[in-house]
Ligand binder design. Structure first.
Ligand code: F6P
Length: 458
């Protein structure tokens, strides 16, 4: 098996991020999303090298001040100029590739390939080249390179061209677009993208996304490279240590003081179009209409946190989800009870506390590579929480048998599943919760890393 000291990981976000406090001093920012946090848990102390982008002015200043370091992990960052980064991250990665892979775009508006596109694609290429060059410069002879996600789809081929001795894997954390949808991209870009990924062995969270990628390759007349499927998983011990922290426990007490004896239906997501928060609120609305006996019996906590706020779609989505929650509350609130508590704030301790105390967890994305929340919730639950889970989340492949699986577009089915989950008998609730836990534990986080290492070895 490969020694982790010979491994170089490359991703857009790195394991450490910084921001400035009110006085302008550097302070650590909360980790951004599942991928960076999970990889950090797996790699800390391993001697591996991690190449990522210094995303902000604070990150670059932290690097200059020597703050960018973790025990036994060699951190390397590249610092693209602001225009390059903004075009590559906002316009190509998030407003175009993310929309394609999640089948999200609005055919009347986005994507739009206009005079800015050639410049944006060139910036995406430059960013991938910067990362590939840094990887090529820091990888040991015959080392293994694990490139992560859609921001770096071109990097595998560039790495292989620079260092043919390296064994390269590309792992996608998103779904992969169906061939008809990938055709939305300009022909030369989609071919470059597929050929870029095919510079390595390509990994996905599920076979379904791997097959979509292979179908896209064939659709473009390319031979698909070797692919594999292996789902990411949370680290149970590290997760429970966070749950036991004073900050998380206090957040839990504050929550209970606010919600009292009522049952908790919890969601914790980025403010993200694919997470389908608004249909979740419509399902709560319908549930209250159809099942009057459940009124005043539960609170829906929607702890969502800001994401990609430079994209107008995300700002509009945030406003619309707040308006939808307000309308549902106006319709049903009585006395001191309001059915939906929506709070847009990046507070990981509070999110974890809410999952710990949840009676039902709602995970209903329209399409999702995996969804780590669905796998974290069963591990931290202290109330044998039930899981209402979208069939379109990669995690459904592992958890379907013990979750309430729903079509995320079907609001009536989601409302019914929420009602069923809220009224389960204690024995059935316990049976499902135990099964969920066992299913999550069956595929430990190290297995995900090992699958990439094995794929690299061929
Ligand atoms: O591919 C999914 C992902 O990279 C997750 O790991 C993470 O939750 C999210 O996207 C982060 O998005 P961003 O880096 O744009 O905040």
């Amino acid at each position: 098996m490969v020694d982790l000291a010979d491994v170089v990981v490359a991703s857009n976000r790195g394991p450490l991020a910084f921001r400035r406090d009110e006085a302008g001093a550097l302070e650590p920012a909360p980790p951004g999303g599942g991928l960076a946090g999970s990889l950090r848990d797996l790699l800390e102390g391993s001697g591996a090298t991690w190449v990522s982008c210094a995303l902000s002015e604070a990150d670059r200043a932290a690097q200059d001040a020597g703050l960018l370091s973790l025990p036994d992990l060699r951190l390397r960052t590249v610092a693209p100029d602001e225009t390059t980064y903004d075009l590559a991250y906002d316009l190509v990665s998030n407003a175009t590739l993310w929309f394609c892979h999640h089948h999200l775009f609005d055919l009347t508006r986005r994507p739009r390939f206009d005079q800015r596109w050639p410049e944006a694609w060139a910036a995406y290429r430059r960013l991938n080249r910067l990362i590939a060059d840094e990887v090529a410069a820091s990888a040991p002879g015959d080392g293994v390179v694990l490139v992560q996600d859609y921001h770096l789809a071109l990097a595998p081929r560039l790495v292989r061209q620079a260092r043919p001795d390296l064994r390269v894997v590309h792992f996608s954390h998103t779904p992969f677009a169906d061939p008809g949808v990938l055709r939305v991209l300009p022909a030369d870009c989609r071919r470059e993208l597929l050929a870029g990924m095919a510079g390595g062995t390509c990994g996905f969270h599920t076979r379904r996304w791997a097959q979509a990628f292979e179908a896209c390759c064939r659709d473009q007349g390319l031979d698909p490279p070797r692919t594999f499927a292996s789902p990411l998983a949370p680290d149970p011990e590290k997760l429970l240590a966070r749950v036991r922290s004073a900050a998380c426990q206090e957040a839990g007490e504050r929550l209970l003081a606010r919600t009292g004896e009522r049952a908790l239906v919890v969601r914790t997501d980025r403010v993200e179009l694919s997470k389908n928060v608004i249909r979740g609120f419509w399902a709560i609305d319908l549930l209250l209409e159809l099942r009057p006996e459940l009124r005043d019996r539960f609170v829906h906590l929607a702890f969502v946190y800001p994401s990609r706020q430079r994209l107008p779609e995300y700002l509009a989505y945030r406003a619309e989800l707040e308006q939808t929650a307000a309308a549902v509350n106006e319709r049903w609130a009585r006395g001191d009870w309001q059915p939906i508590v929506v709070d847009v704030r990046d507070d990981p301790d509070r999110s974890l506390a809410a999952l710990r105390l949840a009676d039902v967890v709602l995970v209903n994305p329209v399409r999702d590579g995996l969804n780590l929340v669905a796998k974290e919730a069963p591990l931290v639950s202290e109330r044998q929480a039930s899981l209402v889970l979208s069939a379109e989340a990669g995690a459904a492949e592992e958890l379907a048998e013990a979750a309430f699986v729903v079509n995320p577009f079907d609001v009536l089915q989601t409302a019914t599943a929420l009602a069923d989950a809220l009224t389960l008998s204690p024995a059935e609730r316990q049976r499902r919760a135990e099964r969920l836990r066992a299913l999550v534990l069956a595929h430990p986080p190290r297995a995900w890393l090992d699958a990439q290492l094995a794929a690299a070895e061929g």
